[in-house]
Design a protein around this ligand. Sequence first.
Ligand code: SF4
Length: 740
Amino acid sequence: MTTRVAFRTCPLCEATCGLRLEVVDGRVTRIQGDEDDPFSRGFICPKGSTLGALHDDPDRLRAPLVRRGGTHVEVSWEEAFAEVERRLTAVVAAHGPDAVAVYVGNPNAHNFASTLAIRPLVKALRTRNVYSASTVDQMPKHVACGLVFGHPLAIPVPDVDRTDYLLLLGANPLESNGSLATAPDWPGRLEAIRRRGGRIVVVDPRRTRTAERADLHVPIRPGTDAALLAGIARALFDEGLVRPGRLTDLTTGIEQVEQAVSGFTRDRVAAFTGVPGATVLSLARDLAAAPTAAVYGRIGTHTTANGTLAAWLVDVLNVLTGNLDRPGGAMFPHAAHERPRRDRRGFRTGRWHSRVRGLPESMGELPIATLADEIETPGQGQVRALLTIAGNPALTTPDAGRLARALAGLELIVCVDPYLNATARHADVILPPPSSLQRSHYDLAFTALSVRNVADFSPAVLEREAGSPSEFEILVRLTAIAAGLGAGADPLALAEETLAGRVAAAVGDPSSPVHGRDADEIFAALGDREVEERLLDFILRTGHRGDAFGAHPDGISLTMLEQHPHGLDLGPLQPRLPDALATESGKVELAAAPLVAELERLGRALDVTAHSDMVLIGRRQLRTANSWTHNVAVLVRGKDACTAQVHPDDAARLGLANGVSARVSSAVGSVELPLEVTDTVMPGVVSIPYGWGHGLPGTRQAVAAAHAGVNVNTLTDAFPLDPLSGNAVLNGIPVTITAA
Ligand code: SF4
């Protein structure tokens, strides 16, 4: 028996916890939090300890599947890629490149290799029908930050370790473990704020676990956060509490913001949001009085018809109170692999529009809510084929019932996915990647959102099965097919070429730290690792903390990170303005025209918007990672987690008792599920968790099927969208509720 210990960063959510794994005879037998990880300090949540179970899951696909005569059968990798080539080429030849749509799921953000491979794949496909999970829940933050800071990835995060006052809206990090703000151990970090005398306020229609631990919970009518934030801003102006400090010289547009929020009087805001005017005023005063403060909004504020406005106004408050870019406020992380921002072109959306509904692109993507339109509507550019990469849009995107019906009519669906799930059951070809334990790991995405600067690299823990390609290799082979090089092209040779091209471009780029150096020497210095690791090493070594291939001997390289298996602590966040900006003016452009215009529209609607009797909101659950961790027994055991929560007053009014089967209906669909009567939701609200709805015909996830639940996206509507970002509206959906 051989026993060893491995350390790696958990890839399941944004918290990036360090894990300690015990491996016996090639099998993971125990997973604990890594006490020596300087960032997570031993913290682990129930999901983190299931990486071994996910790897061992008998339903995880180990070989490609191709649909033959209505059923999925195992084939060789060569056969699978040949099938993709034959059918994809035919679709493009007959209908053009836009006939192929791509959907990129959330797990790609946790996989540096697929992050590196997807962009060339999308480029090779030459399609404008690119969709991702970003327009389900986070595009508003990208668009708001793009417009104000010039770059959609310049996202300030709350400096939770130093703040004196944390105002959270629509965020429940005790269940989500944080999002767009990477911090392991939110429970411990929030507790530390209170221990050092700070305060935490949670604004949410539910008294969430996070709200339970806060100093104050402020219930709010779903979907109205932008108006509350504008009301707080107006109160700051009214009370003479606007004190941007050093931001005054770094910011334009504060006067226009004052004008834009002038209509958000406390009375109007109170009537619209349900938050008393006195609370609006006290939130403004407390925010201004705190020695340091950070405002942070997440999914509940983004998945609304005013998501981008809310995302923007969060940072408006951070600027007005002088808390942007200072310790204890909202700060810009600086990931080790990032290069200095020299581009001052600013950011815009709408460089092209969707064919059917004319919706603008954001960050090169169209809103996922319109994919069904693009599939179902005949005409030039109609989507005929779909490639999904680690995504399950048939379960996780709005009006899922319609999308599922649309998928059934496609000529070709290819899924890169380890499960035969609600989307893959429609697929013609399924290409399963290895498990996360069989690949190395570095957080390209989340170190750029981290509340402390860290860098971690984890080698693969387990070997891949003989003959199984890495996910990187799968994606490069698809790229070769899309580029017309054929399924037989050598993927590794193509990736080597890409790497050589990057090195050559860098030595010719005056802004690169390796400008003027010998490209062959640099290429050779990357060694003989797998090519995706060499690409990562190159990015790290030319990043702002990199060793620049010997020019900065103390700088970071992959080899150096390997010598720090518990991770490298690079210290607390530092002020980064104006360098973090990419606006044309070189300043924070606080009153970007599209945002001000949209706020004025909301201001006009405040008094005339009718509020529904009952509205739907989502619910985050600690043991759920989107839709794909429900096939692990330990994560679904216990009492039914997929319930409709309603307030006791509503239950009494509607004549519904706790535990009965309830029918919840919206304009687009209907579900039946157990009712849970609880005063943790405010009156007028129904809360249903997302990620459920398993057990569909043709799926192969036995544990999930036995705990199926219902799909809340049967109720969400694909038509109302956040107009500035195209993000789905998942909160505040009008519904009715009756006994089933
Ligand atoms: S909080 Fe997230 S990163 Fe940490 S162990 Fe849980 S799933 Fe993994």
